[in-house]
Design a protein around this ligand. Structure first.
Ligand code: FA5
Length: 342
């Protein structure tokens, strides 16, 4: 673009030259010469100001366009180094305080979730991962929570302004896995899925309660399934996980998505009991029950043909129980003394 005003034409030429020379092109927009043109506007007679101001603005816009296209086509930017500095342990790069990554290990909860999934897979279940952000339908309506029902308050969790939910339990996945594996039933095979996942609750944190913890959900559907199958599957799993033949018990409970519903408890090994009271004898590890007919219907399954059971256990509680850990908060403490024991 040509400029009629001699000052603008001269400075435009200077700035274009700078644009070619300087590495950081955007500094040209802050150049004192450009600034001086803007300052000159107010010194001009009023009839000349409009045309002069427009021309200076045009120069600035042209420079901005040129900078944008130079940056878009630039190959001179150095590539971003995505390796963490502590991955490089050559003497020159070794930083004090960083451990070599060979000394790291999987978090105890990750190790245990892998073991849990391995047991269920050997029992014939497939593994599906849960979600860490979900919607109100999967959190409540798909699970037979009536609108405004007080049972919703038991799952007080976090919500985004758009109404998305940080799931308070892995049961949010029940509807999805039943739909996904419904075709198994047409082939005379059961729906048998376990779902590990991280869940979130608005919770007063203490030795057995975290605001963020893990659950493993299970769903089993076929023809002629009863509570007897539920107890047998969970007992087999528990004995394998704890490495000993455990006594288990179920006691009545309430969940909107199962009917009947139970709490599942195991007999605490004596070594982990504080005293011999009945309360110390049993440890509740999770909820379970026969999948409610409305939940089956909502997933497109006919409850007059199929029945099934579901369960959801807290991973931290199982790992605490297995290893005699007295406080759930150790898991997220980052305390290396604790983590190195696994
Ligand atoms: C549930 O979350 C149901 N979704 C379980 C279920 C699934 C029932 C399928 C029926 C069918 P509940 O709120 O009781 O139920 O939690 C299940 C388990 O998660 C608890 O027994 C406990 O082991 C663990 N848990 C619950 N809240 C916490 C917490 N704040 N911190 C650590 N573990 C927790």
């Amino acid at each position: 673009m040509e400029y009629q005003n001699a000052d603008i034409a001269r400075i435009a030429q200077e700035l274009r030259q700078k644009l070619a020379d300087v590495p950081d092109k955007r500094t040209v927009l802050r150049d004192p010469a450009l600034k001086s043109l803007y300052e000159q506007i107010k010194t001009l007679p009023s009839e000349e100001r409009g045309a002069f101001g427009k021309a200076v603005n045009r120069l600035k816009e042209e420079l901005e366009d040129e900078i944008a296209s130079l940056q878009a086509s630039s190959t001179s930017l150095p590539p971003i180094d995505i390796t963490a500095p502590w991955d490089d342990n050559t003497p020159a790069n070794k930083r004090p305080g960083f451990l070599p990554t060979t000394q790291g290990s999987l978090h105890p909860l990750t190790q245990e979730i892998e073991k849990i999934c391995d047991i269920y897979q050997r029992m014939g279940f497939v593994v599906e991962e849960s979600r860490e952000i979900d919607d109100d339908y999967h959190m409540f309506a798909s699970l037979n929570f009536p609108e405004g029902h007080p049972a919703r308050d038991d799952y007080d969790t976090f919500m985004t302004d758009e109404g998305l939910v940080a799931p308070a339990h892995t049961s949010t996945m029940q509807n999805r896995v039943m739909q996904k594996y419904a075709k198994n039933l047409d082939n005379n095979a059961p729906i048998a899925v376990v779902i590990p996942g991280r869940v979130f609750r608005n919770e007063d944190v203490d030795a057995t309660h975290e605001h963020t913890f893990y659950q493993v959900e299970g769903v089993y559907v076929d023809k002629g399934i009863t509570v007897g199958n539920l107890v047998a599957v969970l007992k087999a799993y528990m004995s394998e996980f704890f490495g000993e033949d455990l006594h288990v018990k179920i006691q009545p409970f309430y969940f909107p998505f199962t009917e009947p519903s139970f709490e599942f408890a195991i007999e605490r090994p004596e070594i982990l009991r504080k005293n011999n009271s009945e309360e110390q004898k049993w440890l509740e590890l999770g909820g379970c029950g026969m999948i409610h007919p409305n939940v089956l219907k909502e997933a497109g399954l006919d409850p007059t043909v199929y029945t099934g059971f579901a369960w959801g256990f807290g991973v931290e509680r199982m790992v605490m129980m297995k290893n005699g850990i007295e406080d759930i908060r150790h898991f997220q403490s980052g305390n290396l003394k604790f983590l190195r024991q696994f």
